[in-house]
Design a protein around this ligand. Structure first.
Ligand code: EPU
Length: 415
């Protein structure tokens, strides 16, 4: 199992280029199931989760061609509308195949994901929504078995769910009549998905608001789509640069998707200058720990909570960090404490008292964003930090050690 070795304590300088967004790429790959014609995606990040999704599509009978950051999907035939447990257990986003398979084939069999490290993460809203659209669904032997022809309806989500919204949005494009999704998620990745679906011939209004309306069409056609930049990868590098006390440029970013993160960075004492798709971030003065409370977009993203905790750990003052989306997304705390952080957790809230220095240690990554948090902490800690289990990192950050080296960090992968 690979590890990451970081020699910390030096400010980051230079440039880093952002890849396509993981959480946009995964639903967009599933959108390829909705049409018999080719769908070509560009700016696809080279990540383990993307490779898993490609394997999932290929075993259904989809022809998948990869060339650099371009992925061409040909779903002229779908032989097995099935997402088996073996793949779903390694990547929950496989549930995104459910809506498109059902809409296109009239049947689907997708494994229930089960719990995961950061929380229970049920998929009841996906199931309820498709049932409201007329699907017959039964849960048997750990699988969701769905069949039927979908009909447009009005569905109000009980809570804001990103992949739930994406699943129903995709399914509704081929349903009979109009579907209205209320209390829909407003994440930028949903807007990106809607843009691609529209290019495929779907009729969608309101993506990016909490009310999305979709007028079903008999079929969708092929299209080419370039995936939006990864806002969480962008935010992760911005925090790393600010925490290290350096100055560097993050290129290829989608600045419009980062409001809450940029606001918090400025509060922490960083200066942020924007020039088109480039963000120059610098921090010379004191670093202040900032309190954050996670919320659905446009609130502060849960996927940036751990990184801001690493920043607060080595900053001046006390920060209150509250996680409201997932029940168990504080597993990085114990590892930060191994680096010398002073953090108390009660329920979903962490009280982070900034310390004057962190010191390198051997730590273990527990999930994707927790890994990013430990990388940032390792970069600001004195001495050597070794992070174990970085397969979590490889699920969602493309070539992170190379990109960090481009920012003059001393990082090596130990195989
Ligand atoms: N929820 C339910 N029932 C459902 C669906 C969700 O109770 O049917 C609950 C969840 O348990 C959670 C909350 O609703 O408490 C929100 O979960 P959501 O469904 O929005 O999460 P997700 O769609 O499974 C996506 C991202 C996550 C990101 C969350 C929140 C993808 C592939 N994943 O997950 O990304 O944290 O939205 O923004 O888009 C990551 O990249 O590290 C990551 C975990």
């Amino acid at each position: 199992m690979d590890k990451l070795r970081i020699e910390g304590g030096t400010p980051l300088h230079g440039e880093v280029r952002i890849s396509g967004a993981k959480n946009a790429a995964l639903p967009l790959l599933c959108a390829g199931l909705l049409t018999a014609e080719p769908l070509t995606l560009r700016n696809v990040p080279r990540l383990n989760d993307v490779a898993t999704m490609r394997s999932l599509l290929a075993q259904m009978g989809v022809v998948v061609e990869v060339s650099g950051d371009r992925v061409a999907l040909g779903a002229a035939r779908i032989d097995w509308p099935l997402a088996p447990y073996e793949l779903v257990k390694t990547m929950r986003a496989s549930i995104l195949a459910l809506g498109p398979l059902l809409a296109r084939c009239g049947e689907a069999r997708v494994s229930l994901p089960g719990g995961c490290a950061i929380g229970l993460r049920p998929v009841d809203q996906h199931v309820k929504g498709l049932t409201a659209m007329g699907a017959e669904i039964d849960l048997e032997h750990g699988y969701i078995n769905a069949k039927g022809r979908l009909t447009g309806t009005k569905f109000v989500f009980d809570m804001v769910t990103v992949t739930g919204t994406e699943n129903l949005l995709m399914a509704a494009t081929l349903a009979r009549g109009t579907t209205v999704l209320e209390n829909a998620a407003r994440e930028p990745e949903i807007v990106d998905l809607a843009r691609c679906l529209t290019a495929m011939g779907a009729r969608i209004t309101g993506a990016g608001t909490d009310r999305i309306s979709i007028e079903g069409v008999p079929e969708l056609h092929g299209a080419a789509h370039s995936i939006m930049p990864d806002r969480i990868e962008t935010g992760t590098y911005l925090v790393a640069i600010a925490a290290s006390g350096g100055k560097a440029t993050v290129r290829g970013a989608d600045v419009t998707s980062l409001d809450s993160v940029l606001t918090k960075l400025a509060e922490a004492g960083a200066t942020v200058a924007i020039d088109g798709d480039a963000i120059v971030v610098a921090r010379q003065g004191a670093l202040r720990g900032v309190s954050v409370r996670t919320a659905p977009h446009p609130g502060f993203p849960t996927d940036m909570q751990a990184q801001f905790m690493a920043l607060a750990a080595r900053a001046e003052g006390t920060a209150v960090i509250t996680e409201t989306i997932f029940e168990n997304r504080m597993m990085h705390v114990q590892e930060l404490v191994r680096l010398g952080a002073d953090i108390e957790v009660e329920g979903g809230t962490a009280l982070v008292r900034g310390v004057a220095k962190l010191t390198g240690a051997h730590v273990m990554a527990t999930d994707l964003r927790a890994s990013a948090c430990l990388v940032i902490a390792g970069l600001v800690a004195e001495g050597e930090t070794v992070i174990d289990r970085i397969y979590h990192l490889d699920r969602g950050y493309e070539r992170m050690e190379e990109k960090l080296s481009g920012l003059s960090a001393r990082v090596t992968r130990v195989r």
